[in-house]
Every structure is written in structure tokens, then in C-alpha cells.
Design a binder for this molecule. Sequence first.
Ligand SMILES: [Zn+2]
Length: 308
Amino acid sequence: MTDLSEDRVWARHRRRTGAVLIVGAGAVGGFLAEELARLGFSPIRLVDPDVLEVENLVRHPLGAPALGLPKAPTLAGKICREFPPCHATGLHADFLELADSEQQRLAAGADVVVAATDSAACQRRVNPVSLAAGRPAVYPAVWVDPRVRDAEVGEILWVRPGRQTPCYQCAAAFRQGAAATQAARGARVDIQLVALATAQVVTALAEPTDERAGILDPQRTPVYLHGLPPTSPAIRAPFPAPGLASRNVRVPFPAMPCPACGGQQPIARLERRAPQPDGAHRRLAIRALAALAVIIVLAVLIAGLAHP
Ligand SMILES: [Zn+2]
């Protein structure tokens, strides 16, 4: 039997360690699980309520032999078979329908939680569960907008607990009215790009002292990723050039305390912002100064005329 000892498997790569919970074993969650396994993460726990359907075949790590089988346990089995150093398990269930205590147990058993579902309700639920368990969480998704090509832009939001960063709900409030995000659409290669970038973010969160953690800027927690497809006009402002690019964007804490994480903009910052003159005030001040200058010039002229 071939030697699969750790020092041979990771001879060309330092092993990354940590337990990861992935809620959603679709395209993003599936490719992510395979990548994290090879990076060294173990155990990996997958939770997903779906079975593999024909429509999934073009962009899922599972193939035709798995049609009709539950995605989470089948993918976990494939990972264990093809990459034995990783212990992967799959739960065929809807995370939202699990008991609160089971949700908490799953999150608490992981070093990093990933929510890669196409259900906004489920993504929202993972947020308070991860915060309560004190675990960092990552929310990979695809920017969905009628003006933007499918999967042209990926969004990877990451959250550290304890108000170290704004949470998923803070970010949802921030992007209200802007484009929605979901994990459902997109071509295989673009989805894999999102999964690969998510693996880097998971690695950085799991090993904050590693030099790779430098990709995380706590002031700019969503990472936007533009793939190789031509750039749609709607996103030329953030991505002016075609081709691969990423941008970290600043999400503020809300002005009022966030119901999920309790985070809030510092009072000092709000006060500093409040008294700043707006445009109208500034124009008034300029007019007053101009009037004062005219009065002074007139006064000097009058004084000169009065005393020739
Ligand atoms: Zn929050």
C-alpha cells in the first residue's frame, strides 16, 4: 500500500489545520470542501438538504454516478476515498430545520464556519449561530444583478466574532438596495474561482498568525472578485479593466446597535461627522467673508476721501 504519511502528502506544501463546517454542499461549498481537504483541513463537516440532480452535473464535483444521492454525505465519502488524510462527514439535512442546540454544536465544533447556501434565510441564520459560538464565518456568494453577467463578480464576506468586524447582518444593512447575492448561478470556472478565493480566506481566518492572513483587512471585510468574463458596464466603476481583479470594500458598523452582533459605529466618529458644514453652510460662509471684504475696502476708500 502506498505511503500516505503526512510528511509525504504535504511534502511540497505546509499543511493547514483546523476543523471547518460548510453549510451548503452545492457548487461553491462542494469545490471549497475539496480544496480545503487538500490544504490539510480536517475534519470537514458538510450540511445540505439536496440530492444531486442532472442540472448540477456541469458544475459540481460529483458526477453522474452520484445522481439522486444526497450531496453532503456523498461528497464527504468521495473526499475520504480520494484524499484519506481528510476526515469528511456529510449531514443530509436542512441546517434551518436542525434544533438550535444542534446548530450550535456544529458551529462550536468548527474553527471556521462557511455558509455557502443559495438560501438567504439560511445565510442569515448561520450569522447569529457563529457569533454565539464565537467562531469566524465566511459567506461566499455571487453578485446577482440583471445588468451583470452570471457569476461575473463574487462576494466573499468574512466575519470575526466579538465585534472585531461587522457581521453578516451589518453587511446586509450596508448593501440594502444594492445588488443581491446568492450562490445559485454562474458558470463552473467562475464558481471555482469563488471557491478558491474562499479557501484562502478560510485559511487566513484559521491561522491568523500565518503570513497569508495578511489578505484580511478588518476595515474592509467583503472581498469582491471579478473573473475573466468581459466586464459588464454596470460594474466598470469598481472594475475598470477587464480580467481577474479583486477589491476589499469597507463595510461600516451601523449607526444603531446591530441586533445580531451588537456592533455600532463609535460615538466619537458620529459626533465628529455631525457638525461638519454641508455645502449650503460652506457657501454661506464664503458669501459672508466676501461681504466683509467689500465693507473693509469701502471703509478704507471712504476714510481716504474724508482725509485727503
Ligand atoms: Zn452586526
